[in-house]
Design a protein around this ligand. Structure first.
Ligand SMILES: [Zn+2]
Length: 129
């Protein structure tokens, strides 16, 4: 267990944040809604560089929606495509837009390796606020 302050939001990859039991996930989509098969808590799955990570639906959905709205994207898949194909200028614009929406964003976000890491960062920083 890490001493990270985010640890109550996402316990570990493949782990339900509500009941802490493991959820087997084979080749999951980038973002998906699913109930925990054990405790039936509504969850959002996000594929991050650390593995498929699960968040309480009420925690993750508002952050994802604000992110998509700030970037004028319609879906999580569009966000994924945007990040995958982003140029350095695109990333600068993304930082500007997300800083405007949330008040802060890593600049440049080099430690965010895959599209899901951006959502993960935002959820951990802003979900509790
Ligand atoms: Zn559960």
């Amino acid at each position: 267990m890490s001493a990270s302050p985010i640890h109550s939001i996402a316990v570990a990859p493949n782990t339900c944040p509500t009941c802490a039991r493991t959820i087997a996930l084979n080749d999951p989509p980038f973002v998906a809604e699913l109930p925990c098969p054990h405790c039936h808590a509504p969850l959002i799955l996000i594929r991050t560089s650390g593995g498929p990570t699960l968040y309480p639906e009420l925690t993750a959905t508002p952050i994802i929606n604000r992110t998509l709205h700030a970037l004028e994207l319609r879906s999580a898949e569009e966000f994924h495509e945007y990040i995958v194909h982003a140029t350095m200028l695109d990333m600068l614009l993304l930082c500007t837009d997300l800083t405007e929406e949330f008040g802060d964003y890593p600049d440049p976000p080099q430690h965010l390796k895959v599209p899901g890491d951006h959502l993960h960062w935002l959820i951990h920083k802003y979900a509790a606020a």
